[in-house]
Design a binder for this molecule. Structure first.
Ligand SMILES: Nc1ncnc2c1ncn2[C@@H]1O[C@H](COP(=O)(O)OP(=O)(O)OP(=O)(O)O)[C@@H](O)[C@H]1O
Length: 256
């Protein structure tokens, strides 16, 4: 059995005036610890698919299972990281990173120690008593990652988490997230518009086409690249070759 199974997923949005077929017959599988990116032109259904994986949206048809459970069920622990950090401004960083544990009634000395340890691992030691406004955008996004990992989710759904950051911060954070997910052997799905980011971070890239949103092509990132951290991967020749291949496919999809 695969860790994640998406089988013949279809989704149509119905409004008073029209029906929009956002996803058509999407099927793929993922293994535990794998990192997959969803790439494709605007409107191809990336966010819709991520919402279905999160259990926030029920597909019109098809099956999704994560570690043998339906997304959204109480046992299917899912971590979300978004473009904005959504830290509570009136709470300290320490209080913010404990929120998930508190909500799940799992805050105890051990889980607290683990969360504070994560804060150290991610280079935010000393910020515990500070408020989000006292931190830079990159630091806040790192705190959001700690909050997400603190509850030990089975899968992380990353919806353009680096897109609001300046380029240098984004590159640094890509390496940090990559290292952290590898260290904890986490499975992750990333939605991005950035081909380079998808190649540098992923094991596989699912290219979606639009109208209706469907799986167009799957790119396996070569093992030589997967072994490298994202920043280092970006300077390799095979990275540029894969970038050009995906670029051409994406351009043809956008012009079709
Ligand atoms: N709540 C909704 N009601 C009706 N139609 C919707 C709704 N949300 C999305 N859609 C439509 O479904 C399709 C897929 O949208 P979705 O936001 O999933 O695409 P996307 O690939 O994430 O786009 P982008 O890259 O621009 O963020 C689009 O045609 C969009 O207009």
């Amino acid at each position: 059995m695969h860790f994640l199974t998406v089988q013949n997923v279809n989704h149509t949005y119905f409004t008073a005036k029209q029906a929009t077929k956002a996803l058509e017959n999407i099927s793929f599988q993922m293994e535990e610890g794998e990192f997959v990116s969803l790439l494709g032109p605007s409107g191809c259904g990336k966010t819709t698919l991520l919402s279905i994986l999160a259990g926030l949206l029920q597909p019109t048809a098809g099956i999704v299972q994560i570690d043998g459970k339906l997304p959204g069920s109480r046992q299917s622990s899912i971590g979300y990281m978004l473009q904005q950090d959504y830290l509570f401004p009136w709470k300290t960083i320490e209080e913010n990173i404990m929120i998930g544990l508190k909500l799940e009634k799992r805050l105890n000395p051990e889980s607290r120690k683990h969360a504070l340890g994560l804060l150290q691992t991610i280079g935010l030691a000393g910020t515990e008593k500070q408020y989000p406004r006292q931190l830079s955008g990159g630091m806040r996004q790192r705190a959001a990652l700690v909050r997400t990992l603190a509850v030990d989710p089975k899968i992380l759904l990353l919806d353009e988490p680096f897109s609001a950051l300046d380029f240098q911060t984004k590159l640094k954070l890509e390496d940090l997230v990559f290292d952290t997910l590898k260290q904890f052997h986490k499975t992750a799905v990333l939605v991005t518009h950035d081909i380079g980011e998808a190649i540098a971070m992923s094991d596989r890239i699912l290219l979606l086409a639009s109208k209706p949103g469907r799986l167009y092509k799957i790119f396996d990132v070569p093992t030589e690249l997967r072994r490298l951290r994202p920043f280092e991967a970006r300077s390799q020749k095979i990275y540029s070759e894969l970038f050009n291949d995906i670029w051409k496919e994406l351009e043809s999809l956008e012009n079709s």
